[in-house]
Design a protein around this ligand. Structure first.
Ligand SMILES: NC(=O)c1ccc[n+]([C@@H]2O[C@H](COP(=O)([O-])OP(=O)(O)OC[C@H]3O[C@@H](n4cnc5c(N)ncnc54)[C@H](OP(=O)(O)O)[C@@H]3O)[C@@H](O)[C@H]2O)c1
Length: 299
């Protein structure tokens, strides 16, 4: 089975490629510019800018995918808010190009898997799959627009919504929040972390396993693939310190007002995962276990 993963150079893309490649799939990977996926992962890499319809068509025609997993996006809310046309081009138009190109090829058992986000919702989380949407910022709006394109495309689809993804890193990947906490505390630096925002942080390999289950079980529809713990970034930092035996006293609990941001974010977000548990057998690790695995790099 051929799988084409977009956003191959990104955080989720690189982990997903590594995960799928170790299983029974033939993995094609595409991203902008040069390959940043480690050399020891034997995949077919296609450099393509997804805002270029012709480049997308060429990549899809070359890969002949049965499944496209679309992780590529401008994933930083600030970047989307500051340049809305750029955000629309990359998050929405690029999705249109991929859907169109996928429709044009004739491969069996087609499935388009779109990586969305909890940012398509507003306050009052944790949310179920069928809760009313209501993005609070332009990033969330763009991801919701792309979801709608996928849902109305006429192609078999799955929309996957994770939250605050974390996991191990290697050369070519940006350090995650957890790594910032570890590095700061190891250098005896005090850090301020917000305690009035709630999320269900997702261990990256749980998303990979959830996507694998969707593929194997031929599932379609919307699935929340998030963590099971509804916690604040402050609690995440304290848990990281505890797991790594670092000094928790260096972590100061602050409110969101300490860091005024141009982008509005929900105080109480997070996603419910009952549907994925029941229908996919999805069972994420606890946040504490996820931290342990992140720094032990266990798949
Ligand atoms: N990270 C999270 O906590 C989180 C939470 C919920 C949902 N999500 C969603 O999950 C997905 C993956 O997130 P991530 O954290 O892995 O993002 P990421 O690290 O920012 O990776 C996204 C990748 O997409 C690529 N890309 C963007 N526009 C492109 C284009 N026009 N053509 C080709 N490649 C393009 C980027 O290329 P460059 O490297 O060249 O910029 C980048 O490598 C995204 O769809 C995001 O919205 C993420």
């Amino acid at each position: 089975m051929n799988i084409l993963v977009t956003g191959a150079n990104g955080f989720l893309g690189q982990h997903l490629i590594k995960y799928l490649n170790a299983r029974q799939y033939t993995v094609f990977a595409t991203s902008r510019g040069k390959r940043r996926v480690p050399d020891d992962v034997p995949i077919m890499y296609i450099s393509a800018d997804l805002t270029d319809a012709k480049a997308v068509q060429d990549a899809v025609t070359h890969a002949q995918p049965n499944i496209i997993i679309h992780t590529a996006a401008i994933s930083k809310p600030d970047e989307c808010e500051n340049n809305k046309p750029h955000c629309l081009q990359n998050n929405v138009e690029a999705t249109t190009h991929l859907l169109q190109a996928f429709k044009l090829i004739q491969t069996p058992s087609k499935l388009f898997i779109y990586l969305s986000t909890d940012f398509i919702f507003g306050e009052m989380g944790p949310h179920s799959e069928d809760d009313a949407t209501g993005p609070l910022n332009f990033y969330g709006e763009s991801k919701l627009m792309a979801e709608q394109l996928v849902i109305n495309s006429g192609l078999p689809y799955a929309v996957v919504r994770p939250v605050f993804i974390y996991g191990d890193v290697w050369d070519g990947l940006r350090p995650s929040f957890l790594h910032w906490v570890k590095n700061s505390l190891e250098q005896d630096k005090g850090i301020k972390v917000v305690s009035d925002q709630l999320r269900t942080p997702t261990y990256v390999y749980d998303i990979c396993a959830g996507i694998d289950a969707i593929i194997k079980q031929h599932k379609t529809g919307i699935y929340h693939l998030a963590g099971s713990d509804l916690i604040s970034p402050y609690k995440m930092a304290v848990t990281t310190a505890a797991v790594l035996g670092l000094n928790e006293d260096l972590i100061e609990s602050v409110t969101s007002e300490t860091f005024p941001e141009p982008v509005k974010r929900a105080k109480r977000s997070g996603l419910k995962i009952d549907k994925a548990r029941q229908q996919l057998g999805y069972e994420p690790v606890s946040f504490e276990e996820g931290v342990r695995r992140t720094f032990g790099a266990v798949e």
